[in-house]
Design a protein around this ligand. Structure first.
Ligand SMILES: [Zn+2]
Length: 112
């Protein structure tokens, strides 16, 4: 379960950025190719934040669908299954254009 170690990393980053101010919500953007289960991540967050300054803060995960671009015909396709093939021409010379994101997009801090 790598969600737990991911939560530790997020907590480190958030704590640094909050600079002692109380954090209400952490917004994350995670690509679907990352194979992270958002519900598991939220659960791990409650464990990791417990008894720290981040206790009670909320993790909001936005899931980004995976997209690939075909080198043959430049078609961009959103993947519904993990098949790296162009749906337009069947080409397999594709590159991932979306879906491997892992970003903290914003923090909501409580009023001082
Ligand atoms: Zn193609």
């Amino acid at each position: 379960m790598h969600e737990l170690s991911i939560c530790h990393s997020i907590a480190d980053i958030v704590t640094r950025h909050a600079g002692g101010r109380p954090v209400r919500t952490v917004h994350l953007r995670i690509g679907q190719l990352r194979q992270i289960v958002p519900d598991t991540l939220v659960y791990c967050w409650s464990l990791v934040s417990q008894d720290t300054a981040l206790e009670g803060s909320e993790l909001r995960v936005e899931s980004i669908p995976a997209q690939i671009r075909c080198a043959e015909c430049d078609h961009v396709e959103t993947l519904t299954a993990p098949v790296m093939r162009c749906g337009m021409c069947g080409g397999q010379q594709v590159s991932v254009v979306a879906g491997d994101e892992f970003l903290i997009t914003s923090l909501e801090l409580a009023e001082a």
